[in-house]
Write a protein that binds this ligand. Structure first.
Ligand code: NG1
Length: 399
């Protein structure tokens, strides 16, 4: 949304108050490392050109008022305190409360603000629109309270803070929203958070395309997401009870660093079965793929990176069971249209895919998706496909 439209929206919502700051927090596309961040395993996302913007006017009191350019998110207000009650699941005020409670609890924030929000990120699409919103609210409240926290520590705390909304998520989205670098993808390590920026080769294009199935975290997707995390914990507990692992590290990361993905997969095959075996297998194989993908990115090995994407999709579909018919069809359409590899991205259960192509093939790929996928849908209402531009992290500017 353009600056003057944002200012108009702010004036319509809040009347005379003048915004003093503008915040921009990007969404992201995760290239590889899916459903592993909550086990503290590395991921490799990049920020998008799409973002959530907030105009902020600090207040003298502790009231936080929020308004949104989109009518489906009604105005809300609450007082900034250290203990906030969540509103019913699905209410967008919870994202503001998550940020506000963190700032009051850990940064001593006392001043509220009038906040006007606009976003060009599709919701429930696996592009981290929710974290972009939380990060944008948090930075706006920082500006209102003259706080400038260090991005790494802030990203870690924001990841924990976002669990206020009820999803037991990992820390990828907040980290990339705050720490991304234009032109780069980032390999992110957790506990402690570390970000390694890796240039995206000039001739590569990542295409992001929506399956048109919305994966709402306020509805079923949250239960499915939390269930995957619980499965991972169950698989780990069973694995650690096996005689081969007595005295071994107690976490996925410790085990993988100590024994390697192949050996662990072998031990898992002997000690787990059914669903928990499949979930653990995804953790191990995805860990190995992130390492391979990093090497391919550095060596500008397009085909190699494409193969990693394909393998990740198969693992997410068969072992982690987070795909759906439309995502599988879209991945197929991308492969048939010149992508060197493609997979679902984000939490899955709907949402987007990411496909990799040579720059000269990107238009053909987009055209192929229109013909082979979108044109065959009963409605083209949610059609959404674009070439991702690796963007910068969140920014705050004084007006
Ligand atoms: P999306 O794709 O935005 O729903 C979620 C989690 C991430 C990560 C991915 C799967 C939130 C806020 N984010 O992202 O931490 O676990 O799924 O890799 O729930």
């Amino acid at each position: 949304m353009k600056s003057d439209e944002l200012l108009h929206g702010f004036a319509r919502a809040f009347g005379a108050a003048r915004p003093t700051h503008r915040v921009r927090a990007p969404g992201r596309v995760n290239l590889i490392g899916e459903h592993v961040d909550y086990n503290d395993l590395p991921v490799l996302p990049m920020a998008l050109q799409l973002a959530t913007q907030v105009l902020a006017a600090p207040r003298e009191d502790a009231t936080v008022r929020i308004a949104n350019a989109q009518e489906r998110y009604p105005p809300r207000e609450f007082a900034l305190t250290t203990t906030l009650e969540p509103s019913p699941a699905g209410d967008w005020v919870n994202y503001a409360k998550a940020a506000a409670q963190l700032l009051a609890r850990e940064y001593g924030a006392t001043r509220g603000a009038d906040l006007f929000v606009a976003s060009d990120l599709p919701p429930a699409a696996g592009l981290a629109s929710s974290s972009a919103l939380v990060v944008a609210f948090a930075l706006a409240l920082c500006a209102a309270n003259r706080l400038a926290p260090d991005p790494l520590g802030f990203a870690e705390r924001l990841a924990a803070a976002e669990r206020f909304v009820g999803t037991h998520s990992g820390g990828m989205d907040q980290a990339i929203a705050l720490c991304a670098r234009a032109g780069h993808a980032c390999r992110i390590e957790f506990a402690p958070l570390r970000v390694e920026a890796l240039p995206v080769p000039a001739g590569w294009r990542f295409v992001v395309a929506h399956s048109t199935v919305e994966a709402h975290k306020a509805a079923g997707a949250r239960e499915h997401y939390n269930a995957r995390r619980a499965d991972c914990e169950g698989a780990l507990a069973q694995l650690l009870a096996s005689p081969e692992l007595s005295g071994a590290p107690r976490s996925y990361r410790g085990l993988l660093e100590h024994l390697g993905a192949e050996r662990l997969a072998w031990i898992a095959e002997r000690n787990l079965s059914g669903r928990l075996l499949a979930r653990a297998r995804h953790q191990f194989s995805e860990f190995a793929r992130v390492a391979r993908a990093r090497r391919c990115l550095i060596a500008a090995d397009l085909e190699g990176f494409g193969a990693v994407l394909d393998e990740s999709h198969a693992s997410l579909r068969d072992d982690f069971e987070v795909s759906c018919a439309q995502l599988d069809a879209l991945v197929e359409a991308a492969r048939a249209s010149g992508a060197v590899g493609a997979r679902l991205t984000g939490a899955g259960f709907g949402g987007c895919i990411v496909a990799l192509a040579q720059a000269s093939d990107a238009e053909r790929l987009l055209e192929g998706l229109r013909e082979r996928f979108y044109a065959r849908l009963p409605s083209r209402e949610r059609e959404f496909a674009l070439v991702a531009e690796p963007g910068a992290g969140a920014q705050v500017s004084a007006l």
